[in-house]
Design a protein around this ligand. Structure first.
Ligand code: ADP
Length: 496
């Protein structure tokens, strides 16, 4: 199989798409010569085929990462590591249109959403580039005859398993803190969306990273993903994806070498509208909270609770808003919502829509497929949803929202917290005391007040309960990639 092919996007024209595996700063073919097809979700047509890594290729990538860790990266000065990361950010900035167009092509997200995502990638890489030379230990004043200090040292080789909903951003969330702190990395992208990351791989070398520091593999979860999570030579695995796969990964980590694990998993996030909220604004945020990125966000505000005195007015305004969403060609600059990422996701979401109808919830908007080709689904609102319905309990990961009424603050806190998940929540109110009281009572890793989806690289992000383990982003993410070494030096030689 060739290691590259020519592809075209409607906004950037013809470009060279690498299709091999990126190991040791080189393109290589998969050892078993396997490949898989990447599908354009807007047309259901094949875009191209890429090499598929098996456990043998994972082995090669881990060996390269280990050589790089021992040979140079752990001792590269923090300042130099930071320079490489900021170089990488700069190269992405120069190629923003290309990266965004490739993401749009393979994931179906709108070109405007893809571009925002690449901006966030650049911000994240720069941010962690800035952290590289600010990672400090402590000196501990224990005894005048001794010197005690701590160092924050890298873990070693990190495996990072990336989902398809934000292919480049999830990659940046993970490689940023890992590389800044002196680890080397083996990334496995999602099988639906390997292309932008492969184009990005070429920038790794251009940014000056030594061979083996960052290796990028395309491959399946069951083969390459499983090989990473159970590998004896990988010191840590970071994963974003479904709770079910998260469980498999932590099990594989436990059964192999007890590698460290961070997980960013599913959610069924509540978005609460109090009667004193600015209803127009709340509608905008609730709409953005669920339909952004085709509803394919782990933090999507998919359970909406509206206080009863404004329930009817809210539903009518929300319905108008949802029906006005442009669901069409993701390359059209005016498009907000493109197709779902795959046939599998499409079928899953349509299954939930049927389930909601059967369970007696009211379809207020949408509820159907849009277009006959491509995985497009109408923005869907179910009202009169009760707590026992599946559409109120399970993560749908699509443009489908369940809306219910509540009477009191106490009641809505109970409803909101009645979930195995705890990733994010929204609160809409003009009363500062209500905002603070409710935010403090919600069992979720993030609370957005009078807004939604305000994820930023400076602010930690992660889940309570079954939504995950550990925090990504912000200073907090550095802790996932360092271990504390305590050093004690006896100054006198014979203290006791
Ligand atoms: P989805 O079900 O929406 O495709 P997943 O959680 O399955 O989401 O996928 C997220 C990432 O996890 C992808 O990169 C996928 O290849 C990977 N993955 C899936 N199954 C496994 C597994 N058993 N072990 C490791 N990684 C996996």
């Amino acid at each position: 199989m060739s290691l590259s092919t020519k592809l075209e996007t409607p906004v950037t024209g013809i470009y060279t798409q690498p299709t091999g595996l990126w190991i040791d700063n080189q393109w290589v073919e998969a050892i078993e010569k396997n490949s898989f097809e990447v599908i354009n979700p807007a047309t259901e047509e094949v875009i191209c085929s890429v090499s598929e890594a098996t456990d043998k290729d994972v082995e090669e990538a881990v060996s390269a990462a280990r050589r790089a860790f021992e040979g140079c990266w752990r001792t590269t000065t923090p300042q130099q590591r930071g320079i490489h990361l900021t170089n990488l950010a700069q190269i992405c900035e120069k190629n923003i249109d290309n990266l965004a167009a490739i993401e749009c092509l393979e994931s179906g997200k709108s070109i405007s959403t893809a571009k925002e995502e690449i901006f966030a990638v650049i911000g994240c890489l720069r941010y962690y580039g800035g952290w590289a030379d600010k990672i400090e230990g402590k000196t501990l004043d224990i005894n005048p005859e001794t010197l005690h200090y701590t160092r924050q040292e890298p873990l070693g080789v990190c495996g990072q398993i990336i989902p398809w909903n934000f292919p480049m951003l999830m990659l940046a969330f993970k490689i940023g803190p890992a590389l800044a702190t002196g680890n080397t990395v083996v990334v496995k992208t999602a099988e639906q969306t390997p292309l932008a990351a492969l184009v990005f791989a070429d920038y790794v070398k251009q940014a000056g990273f030594p061979p083996g520091v960052l290796n990028i593999l395309s491959g399946s979860g069951k083969v390459a993903g499983a090989a990473i999570s159970s590998h004896m030579g990988i010191d840590k695995v970071a994963f974003t994806g479904s709770t079910a796969v998260g469980r498999t990964i932590i099990k594989a980590a436990a059964m192999s070498n007890l590698k460290q694990v961070t997980l960013e998993l599913g959610g069924k996030s509540p978005n609460i509208v109090f009667s004193d909220a600015d209803i127009e604004q709340a509608v905008s945020w609730v709409n953005f909270g669920i339909y952004y990125n085709q509803g394919q966000c782990c933090c999507a505000g998919s359970r909406v609770y509206v206080q009863e005195s404004v329930y009817d007015a809210f539903i009518e305004a929300f319905k108008k808003r949802a029906q006005a969403i442009s669901v069409r060609d993701p390359f059209d600059a005016k498009t907000f919502q493109g197709p779902q990422v795959s046939q599998r996701q499409f079928d899953r979401i349509m299954g939930y829509i049927e389930e909601g109808k059967k369970s007696g919830a009211t379809v207020k908007a949408g509820g159907k497929r849009q277009e006959s080709k491509g995985y497009f689904i109408q923005p869907t609102i179910f009202s009169n949803v009760t707590a026992d319905m599946k559409i109120m309990q399970e993560e749908i990961f699509g443009p489908v929202v369940a809306v219910a009424k509540f009477k009191t603050e106490e009641e809505v806190i109970k409803m909101s917290n009645d979930s195995p998940y705890g990733l994010a929540a929204g609160v809409h109110t003009k009363d500062l005391n209500t905002a603070i009281r409710v935010s403090n009572s919600l069992l979720s890793g993030t609370v957005w007040v009078n807004c939604y989806n305000m994820v930023h690289h400076q602010q930690p992000f992660g889940g309570y309960k079954q939504s995950g383990i550990g925090r990504e982003l912000g200073e907090a993410a550095l802790a996932n990639y360092t271990q504390t070494k305590s050093v004690a030096i006896c100054l006198s030689g014979a203290l006791f």
